[in-house]
Design a protein around this ligand. Structure first.
Ligand SMILES: Nc1ncnc2c1ncn2[C@@H]1O[C@H](COP(=O)(O)OP(=O)(O)OP(=O)(O)O)[C@@H](O)[C@H]1O
Ligand SMILES: [Mg+2]
Length: 214
């Protein structure tokens, strides 16, 4: 089982929106997928409760013993576990990153957001977790986006597809949907599928150490 943890110390970076979009697209691609909400704000859980479809499954377990919980899911046949996290440093986050196959770091293209990336990276690197950046909520064709791409590329891998600021994301979320379910042929849906393709490639690359409990 692959464990994908979305992490950013910056509030509103796009963690919850990105991870649920990718998780739904993973489920739509035919993989057994589960979601775990470790944010006390509970945004992911509220969204899931608005869904008609019960898949991907929302799971709960004690994150203090993350490995045991993840192992049980793997035994039950789950192939991908997507984990949402709060915008704050908690001891459980370090533990989860220690068991993650890949950390996804969504970043908005703004100087304030770029400044805050260091804190998140310190935590991820301390856990020894592979990571990729994903630019999110970017306005199309702006210099800010170009500057952010160059700044982030110095620190690590960056998904080649940018997730732009599109109303499809909050609109789909009203009914507990993701953009690939709401309007499958939109630019937003295409971007999510491309980011997922990149994430899958990264997971396979690190396959040796990428199993839960590495
Ligand atoms: N690509 C996008 N286009 C338009 N709006 C977006 C996009 N991604 C996220 N949003 C909106 O931006 C806001 C913040 O996004 P989200 O809740 O996913 O961030 P977060 O990092 O999970 O926040 P928190 O740190 O509070 O958990 C939400 O209102 C969401 O609907
Ligand atoms: Mg969130």
């Amino acid at each position: 089982m692959y464990v994908v943890v979305v992490a950013s110390q910056k509030g509103g970076a796009g963690k919850t929106s990105l991870m649920r979009s990718l998780a739904v697209a993973t489920h739509q691609a035919g993989h057994a997928t589960a979601l775990l909400d470790t944010d006390p704000q509970g945004s992911l859980t509220s969204w899931w409760n608005r869904r008609e479809d019960q898949q991907p499954a929302l799971v709960r377990f004690d994150v203090a013993d993350f490995k045991a919980g993840a192992d049980r899911l793997a035994e039950a046949g789950i192939q991908y576990l997507f984990v949402d996290t709060p915008p704050s440093v908690r001891p459980e986050l370090r533990t989860m990153l220690g068991h993650a196959s890949l950390a996804l770091v969504p970043v908005r293209p703004s100087p304030d957001d770029l400044d805050a990336v260091g804190d998140t990276l310190a935590l991820i690197e301390d856990a020894g977790c592979p990571f990729v950046f994903v630019l999110t909520q970017a306005k199309p064709r702006t210099r800010l986006q170009m500057q952010a791409v160059m700044a982030l590329a110095k620190h690590g891998k960056l998904a080649p597809t940018v997730v732009h600021d599109r109303t499809d994301f909050p609109t789909a979320a009203i009914t507990g949907k993701a953009v690939t379910e709401f309007e499958p042929e939109t630019a937003a849906a295409r971007e999510v599928k491309e980011v997922l393709e990149y994430v899958m490639t990264q997971l396979r690359k690190d396959a040796g150490k990428a199993k839960a409990g590495r």
